[in-house]
Ligand binder design. Structure first.
Ligand code: ZN
Ligand code: ZN
Length: 380
């Protein structure tokens, strides 16, 4: 998501453009990449998603303001919706009709009964955790904004005590048939009913809470239990916590996508943790006990005599807890970094010189074999 395009750029409009211009731009672009017109074209599908996300934000005055002020951060975290046509107050079949001169009125999505139960959209929430929170699990309270059936009218859109009436024009189907003269003779096309906006029902007295839309936006607090061991890019699924369904349909799901902040000392690959520990020249040469940090606390480890720079040691089961497997852990892999002493005083230098004189090839095996190879290079 790092290289998300600016929403205005996606729609190809200026920052100060009006609502009508925005809608026009959206329709034009939607025609270019609508999945129904490009079946199986992944790129068009992505483009269409991007377009819908951009329009979803910019067409909502409150979200647009947030976006103008804070960028993606302003509209992020509220989760995104997989917008569908109904959210925009017009139908895609409408767009497609303009494109195909009406021949597209019977698109699969429009043939459905408008009053059939429909599942609510899924939502996504991005959660950033510290390294340790992800390793050991945590509980977080989040607030999401989602759409549900209006609590007053239970989604009917009608004032209390009244019920929506079946649309007299389309008799509840939401579609009307129209005869059309074409090159090949008269054809009959279906198009959404104007009288009821394709809903199949008309509300005479609208509900005061939702002004007849049947929907309301609510803010909800949710407690999210993040299991120990969760990794970046993993998702938690909260069934039924997405947008509310329509006509008694099930609600969508909420997906919580995890991002983990880097740690100063540890890196992580899967359930293994990695870190680098500096050791002294003398420790490397003589071996001995060193203290190694792990995410579970410091551990003592005995390094062998003649440890070389870059050698690694493995502390079994000192890594990240394996998700949903109590008692199982990854390993910690430690790279030993040999620090050569600097700023030596005269006495120290003298001791080292004396020491060096006592050394022979036995003490520097790699060096010995290196010079042997060098010799071979010129004698071959
Ligand atoms: Zn209502
Ligand atoms: Zn109707």
């Amino acid at each position: 998501m790092a290289d998300k395009r600016d929403y205005y750029e996606v729609l190809g409009v200026a920052k100060n453009c009006g609502e009508d211009e925005l809608k026009k731009a959206y329709r034009k672009k939607a025609k270019e990449c609508h999945p129904d017109l490009h079946p199986g074209d992944k790129q068009a599908e992505e483009q269409f998603k991007e377009l819908n996300e951009a329009y979803g934000v910019l067409s909502d005055p409150e979200k647009r303001q947030q976006y103008d002020r804070f960028g993606f951060a302003g509209v992020d975290g509220q989760g995104f919706r997989d917008f569908n046509a109904a959210d925009f107050g017009f139908d895609f079949s409408d767009i497609l009709n303009t494109f195909f001169g009406g021949g597209f009125g019977g698109g699969a999505s429009m043939r459905r009964n408008p009053n059939a139960p429909r599942r609510g959209s899924d939502m996504k929430y991005r959660m950033t955790l510290s390294f340790m929170e992800a390793a050991f699990g945590t509980t977080r309270e989040i607030t999401i904004t989602r759409e549900e059936n209006c609590h007053t009218c239970h989604g009917s859109g009608a004032r209390a005590g009244t019920v929506p009436e079946t649309c007299p024009v389309c008799h509840g189907s939401g579609m009307v048939q129209q005869q059309q003269q074409t090159l090949f003779g008269v054809s009959i096309v279906n198009r959404p009913c104007d009288n009821c906006g394709g809903r199949g029902k008309v509300v005479q007295e609208p509900c005061e809470s939702c002004r007849g839309s049947g929907r309301q936006t609510i803010r909800k607090k949710l407690e999210i239990k993040v299991p120990a061991g969760i990794d970046s890019m993993e998702m938690l699924t909260l069934r039924g916590e997405g947008e509310g369904g329509y006509n008694g349909g099930n609600p969508g799901d909420l997906y919580v996508e995890i991002t983990i902040k880097p740690h100063k000392l540890f890196e992580r690959h899967g359930y293994n943790t990695y870190c680098t520990v500096p050791i002294t020249f003398t420790q490397a040469a003589l071996g001995g006990e060193i203290e190694v940090p792990t995410i579970h606390g410091p551990e003592n480890f005995t390094i062998r005599e003649g440890t070389q720079p870059g050698d690694t040691i493995t502390l079994r089961n000192k890594g990240i807890p394996v998700i949903n497997r109590p008692g199982q852990f990854g390993d910690q892999i430690v790279t030993l970094h040999l620090e050569v002493p600097s700023k030596l005083n005269d006495e120290q230098k003298e001791i080292l010189r004396q020491f060096e004189q006592t050394c022979d090839e036995q003490n520097y095996r790699k060096r010995g074999s290196f010079f042997q190879k060098l010799k071979d290079l010129f004698t071959d």
